[in-house]
Ligand binder design. Structure first.
Ligand code: UT7
Length: 310
């Protein structure tokens, strides 16, 4: 049984915070943020919207897109490092709010790679039989763990959610291969104390190396060549890191997803939001070979190659 993505949805908060807004809060400037990161603005959720609310909005859209009802779900996986609270999980909150059956529901903690971990986990449950439709969400309210006085981090992050329904698809379609990995020795470079603490340069070096490597690995695992890739969705963390991954694959700029200028780095949500938007905008078409690749705190990484379509 092949597993693929049969429905997508996303949600970003209404409130836009521009680089100019941040200039009034910390010693930074629009020019620095744009040239070093590619970010122009980000969306920030207000106090009335928590992580599970954003996850819910994205999930409702994904279910509709898949022509399914909540009762059709067999499992809920939510990738997040900013749950409403340590437990109950966001996934359990969703099970109740969506009105799903009493199915398995759990959160995945793999930072910005979380959506990759979710897709790979869903694929395994579907392939091994017994599970049909699995809701996989990447969602973050990073604004609640951001130190708004730390210019090294507060300019980078944003809030949002992306949701995918993973389900059975026809022969030759769906998830072709994946790679997941971790290296806990690098945990000190990116972690949460009260707020996010980051050694930007170390994470940058790791990201440039790992994104390229993982993307190439999933292409090879799928029995494909770099030339076969129609579209690349890298984790939207920094345009310079994304460009390095694109160049490693040798694909044209217009074949790479780019929403970092609008949303900043939304961690586990970034690839999920990008995928949902790009499919809705017609940038990804039936039978396209697409590669999703992410990296993040842990350190963790993950990549998934997909033949698009049902
Ligand atoms: O999802 C995974 C999460 N993390 C990442 O993906 C982050 C990966 N790293 C990066 O994206 C980059 O390292 C950053 C964007 C965080 C920083 O860019 P950089 O080119 O590595 O700059 P840097 O850290 O080497 O800093 C250069 C200068 C420093 O000043 P000095 O020491 O040269 O005088 C910083 O203090 O830029 C300064 N700086 C800023 N200036 C204006 C750092 N943050 C800012 C800021 N505004 N917001």
């Amino acid at each position: 049984m092949n597993a693929g993505i049969i429905g997508l949805g996303h949600y970003v908060p209404e409130k836009v915070v521009t680089n100019e807004d941040l200039e009034k809060m910390v010693d930074t400037n629009d020019e620095w943020i744009r040239t070093r990161t590619g970010i122009e603005q980000r969306r920030i959720a207000d106090d009335s919207i928590d992580t599970s609310d954003m996850a819910y909005f994205a999930a409702v859209e994904a279910l509709k897109d898949a022509n399914l009802h909540a009762e059709d779900l067999d499992m809920i996986l939510v990738a997040t490092v900013t749950p409403d609270q340590p437990f109950p999980s966001v996934a359990c909150r969703l099970q109740n709010r969506l009105g799903a059956r009493k199915i398995a529901a759990m959160d995945i903690s793999a930072a910005c790679s979380g959506f990759m971990y979710g897709l790979a986990t869903a694929e395994q449950f579907i392939k091994s039989g017994g599970y049909k439709n699995i809701l996989v969400i990447g969602v973050e309210k990073l604004s609640k763990i951001t130190n708004w006085e730390d210019r090294n981090t507060c300019v980078l992050f944003g809030d949002g959610a992306g949701a995918a329904i993973v389900g059975p698809v026809s022969e030759g379609k769906g998830i072709l291969s994946y790679e997941l990995g971790s290296d806990g020795s690098g945990g000190e470079h990116l972690y949460q104390d009260e707020y996010i603490i980051m050694n930007g340069r170390e994470v940058f070096k790791f990201a440039v190396r790992q994104m390229g490597e993982s993307a190439v690995n999933v292409i090879e695992k799928a029995g494909l060549n770099k030339e076969d890739v129609d579209y690349l969705i890298p984790h939207q963390a920094n345009i310079r890191i994304m460009e390095a991954a694109r160049e490693r694959l040798g694909i044209e700029p217009e074949k790479m997803s780019k929403s970092i200028h609008k949303y900043g780095n939304t961690s586990a949500a970034s690839i999920a939001i990008a995928l949902s938007e790009d499919v809705k905008e017609g940038k990804i078409k039936d039978n396209d070979t697409i590669v999703l690749v992410g990296f993040g705190g842990g350190l963790t990484w993950g990549a998934v190659a997909i033949k698009w379509g049902k």
